[in-house]
Design a protein around this ligand. Structure first.
Ligand SMILES: [Fe+2]
Length: 273
């Protein structure tokens, strides 16, 4: 049977690439070290497959068609389309259709109803963490694009339940695969709205604290505070999927720091699974 061998979360943001050379040296070194530490932990978990839970930043979907959740069930995904991601080392990213289709079928069977795609494009949301983790070998990637950008979005409780569902589905997959999960996005940031560039450090720190509390108190806090913490903060949904996969236990912060130059409260974490 397959098993979950690791759960991780990391921030992303276009300016982590585009403004990188202007980030103060001390912050640059902490962000780099945190990504690398996640890479080290991921490598130590020896995953065959990594489920990457990320928003789609208009690379596959637009207002005419925006699924709440889309699972990538194809043989491969395309690399990032953003011109400033051109140095990302993979143009094709191998998938795992067997596991991905099993996840989709189990989701359907249990009333979750995801969309599926046989050919997705993975933008900076998925690819910045994969790049900055400096992995020697990229595991096969099953993408789960979760709408954490455009209202209405899946509820926070549903995102947590998605994690638990993925865990059950992994446990019931017949092949002895080692599977890890990475949620990417958040923590606080604000894009294309009047508070553009604001980082809500108090919100980020309380969110981090509550990942070690009950999922109910975490979800209640997020439901109350997300509307005033910057639209990019909604991407914390992807962390909730990893949290749900880990059964809501064993959260460990690797690092957190607000980085004004990249306008993101940058957080990095893993869970005991
Ligand atoms: Fe994003």
């Amino acid at each position: 049977m397959a098993s979950l061998v690791g759960a991780f979360a990391a921030s992303h943001g276009p300016l982590i690439v585009r403004e990188w050379e202007h980030v103060p040296a001390e912050q640059k070194s902490r962000v780099s070290a945190a990504y690398r530490e996640l890479g080290r932990r991921l490598t130590a978990a020896k995953p065959d497959v990594l489920i990457v839970v990320s928003p789609d930043h208009w690379s596959n979907f637009f207002l005419n068609n925006y699924p709440a959740v889309c699972l990538g069930v194809g043989e491969a995904s395309e690399g990032p389309p953003e011109p400033w991601m051109k140095d990302f080392p993979h143009r094709q990213i191998a998938g795992h259709p067997g596991l991905a289709m099993h996840l989709a079928e189990e989701a359907m069977r249990q009333g979750f109803d995801p969309a599926v795609s046989h050919r997705l494009t993975l933008d900076h949301g998925a690819c910045i963490p994969l790049w900055r983790m400096e992995l020697e070998r990229l595991p096969k990637i099953v993408p789960m694009l979760l709408n954490s950008i455009e209202p209405p979005m899946p509820s926070l409780a549903r995102c947590y339940q998605w994690g638990a569902l993925l865990r059950r589905a992994i446990d019931s997959y017949a092949e002895p695969l080692r599977v890890a999960i990475l949620g990417t996005g958040g923590l606080s940031h604000s894009i294309g709205e009047p508070t553009m560039g604001a980082i809500h450090e108090a919100f980020d720190r309380e969110t981090i604290k509550l990942f070690s509390s009950s999922e109910q108190s975490l979800i209640e806090f997020l439901e109350a505070k997300l509307p005033n913490s910057g639209n990019g903060s909604e991407e914390v949904r992807n962390w909730l999927v990893a949290h749900g996969a880990a059964g809501g236990r064993g959260f460990e912060l690797v690092d957190y720091l607000p980085v004004p130059k990249v306008i993101v409260g940058c957080g990095f974490a893993s869970w005991r699974v």
